[in-house]
Design a binder for this molecule. Structure first.
Ligand code: AGP
Length: 608
């Protein structure tokens, strides 16, 4: 939910930290702050609002030094103001702390500290941490930190900088991610690899319950009892340029246009020479998968939409009863999980708190967990019995696009894989299906060529008070996804609805100002969609149809039409979402919204 970065080495730390925060801004961007030590003195700068405000301020009056920590915030406790921005300090301002997570017992701790004379200036939970360290400090900073974190309930990734030990950053991990970058006479620590890759691709992944002392030429790791731990240094192959926009105006735009290559990469990795599907990194035995009697997929947001489509295809082709749950509901309803049930988690970030809690609920009931994640060393990956990388590549835009189509493609491939194990599809049927999947990337390329046309539509609808997205069957989740894209980056009121349900109330919303996107590719439900279109037109709603190339019927009834290339109905969700992604993108641009950093949101929702 927030982004943390720290650096110690020989470089000018202000710029290292600001570039690092830019890489992490997608995790939260309502305020930001930096603390460095220069000539033995702890200095800091904090600003509410976008990162650029802090950057401009630092350029005018730099802090300097070669060691520092920085933080970009998504507010949980306390509104986004300078006082509430991190880092936070002790009374003497010699201890600086940046925190990602939630301290659940901060009220009680704050009361005790205030009674001991500590003065607080923010409304945040995080500010109790530096005051606790100050209270516990008796000359040994590491010991003071260990004593203090023992008193904290909740989740915390911390970086701590202090005049008491001016050459060292202390990093602490409990239920919020932290990774250390090991450079040459320089070391870094951050919430994920993105700020580190500019300097090194050698990583040490901290686990929950670990504390690190990070100097420019040494990294030592301990458990929370103070016992030293040996850690391995891993080389990651993620390329630095994957974190750049390249020729695109926004990360979201880049990631929409990357989808053909992403799907080609997934297919190349998963479909073998034999034309069949393989998951080489699978860690759940084929024998278990062959006997799975039920699958429960739990996820949030866009990943939940992908899960809804997963249900259709798993039941249709693998004949496995499949339930889909929103993680924040699943985790609290004491689900009934029996021996042959497989729980599946889908999460781009691999850090979504509710989805992670859903996994822990499943594990507590001795149920196997298979996850699709997009971040290899994420917490969800570590806690699953089997974690499969969806291979979308780093997704920086807060609105998920390439990860969504990657999730769908992985769900199709997983379905083919288990369908073979259960003999519900023959090898020939699987190979034929896999061949159809291989045609999808070029079909997406065809749709992307319409981007200028979609841009024109977007201008027409940018002022609509409401956009409604309707779909049936496999494309009901597509309608949900189209609505979510639009609302989260353009702040326009948008709802996705099953088309057949629309007449049971929501149709009252329709008038001549309302735009209605009808997802109506060729298929067995097309006729039903035509009826829905007529129902809307009878109430003066404006229709945008997403239809199959060459379909005259949709063109006759719609005010605007966007075509997708022909393909089997079951594969249409891979294509119908593309025009809706572009539609949302161009409306947000038209409305002057910050597409990659939409208000109130963050890329990784690591709090409940
Ligand atoms: C999607 O555009 C949103 N950013 C959001 O709904 C997201 O899908 C959701 O928070 C789940 O994230 P995850 O896939 O990282 O778990």
């Amino acid at each position: 939910m927030c982004g943390i970065v720290g650096y110690v080495g020989a470089k000018f730390v202000d710029s290292v930290l600001m570039v690092g925060l830019e890489r992490l801004e997608y995790r939260g961007y309502d305020s930001a702050g930096v603390a460095t030590i220069s000539n033995g003195e702890l200095g800091f700068r904090k600003k509410a609002g976008k990162l650029k405000i802090l950057d401009d301020n630092l350029k005018q009056s730099p802090l300097g030094g070669n060691i520092g920590i920085a933080h970009t915030r998504w507010a949980t406790h306390g509104v986004p103001t300078e006082q509430n921005a991190h880092p936070h300090f002790d009374c003497k301002r010699v201890i600086a702390v940046a925190h990602n997570g939630i301290i659940e017992n901060y009220t009680k701790l704050k009361e005790v500290l205030v009674n001991k004379g500590h003065v607080f200036i923010s409304e945040t939970d995080s500010e109790v941490i530096p005051h606790l360290i100050e209270e516990n400090f008796n000359g040994d900073l590491k010991e003071a930190v260990l004593k203090s974190i023992a008193e904290l309930d909740g989740s915390f990734a911390l970086v701590i900088l202090s005049e008491h030990q001016p050459d060292t950053i202390i990093a602490v991990r409990k239920k919020s991610p932290l990774v250390i970058g090991v450079g040459k006479d320089e070391n870094l620590v951050a919430s994920d690899e993105s700020p580190i890759l500019t300097h090194t691709n050698k990583m040490i992944y901290l686990e929950d319950g670990e504390l690190a002392l990070i100097k420019k030429d040494k990294v030592e790791v301990f458990d929370f009892t103070g016992k030293k731990i040996e850690k391995t240094v891993q080389e990651v192959d993620t390329k630095n340029e994957e974190f750049d926009k390249g020729k695109f105006d926004h990360f979201m735009q880049k990631e929409i246009f990357e989808q053909p290559e992403v799907i080609e990469r997934i297919l190349a990795e998963r479909i073998g020479e034999d034309g069949l599907v393989h998951f080489k990194e699978r860690k759940i035995k084929r024998e278990f998968l062959a006997k799975v009697g039920k699958i429960i997929i739990q996820a949030c947001g866009t990943s939940w939409h992908a899960a809804l489509i997963g249900k259709f295809i798993l039941e249709k082709y693998a004949r496995i009863p499949t339930e889909v749950e929103i993680s924040s509901e699943f985790r609290y309803r004491n689900p009934i999980l029996v021996g042959d049930t497989l729980v599946m988690a889908i999460s781009q970030s691999g850090e979504t708190a509710d989805t992670l809690a859903g996994i822990r609920e499943a594990k507590a009931k001795f149920t196997k967990v298979w996850s699709f994640i997009n971040v290899e060393n994420s917490t969800i990956a570590k806690e699953s019995d089997c974690a499969i990388n969806m291979l979308a590549g780093p997704e920086i835009g807060v609105a998920s696009t390439k990860a969504y189509t990657a999730q769908l493609m992985n769900l199709f491939l997983f379905t083919l894989y288990v369908a073979r194990l259960k003999y519900s599809m023959s090898n020939e049927q699987v190979s034929a299906f896999a061949l159809e999947l291989k045609a999808i990337p070029n079909k997406i390329r065809e749709i992307l060529k319409q981007s200028e046309k979609i841009k024109i539509f977007a201008k027409e609808y940018a002022a609509s008070p409401l956009m409604i997205f309707l779909g049936r069957g496999l494309n009901y989740p597509s309608a949900l996804e189209g609505a979510l894209k639009l609302k989260e980056i353009s702040y326009m009121h948008a709802i996705g609805y099953p088309a057949g349900e629309f007449k049971h109330g929501p149709i009252a919303l329709v008038d001549e100002k309302v735009g209605v996107v009808c997802v109506m590719p060729e298929g067995e439900l097309f006729e039903k969609m035509i009826s829905n279109v007529h129902e809307v037109k009878a109430r003066k709603g404006k229709i945008i149809a997403i239809a199959t190339e060459g379909d005259r019927r949709a063109a006759e009834v719609a005010d605007s039409i966007l075509y997708i290339p022909s393909c089997s109905e079951v594969l249409t969700p891979l294509l119908t979402v593309i025009p809706m992604q572009l539609f949302a993108y161009y409306i947000a641009i038209e409305k002057g919204c910050d597409v990659d950093r939409p208000r109130n949101l963050a890329k990784s929702v690591t709090v409940e």
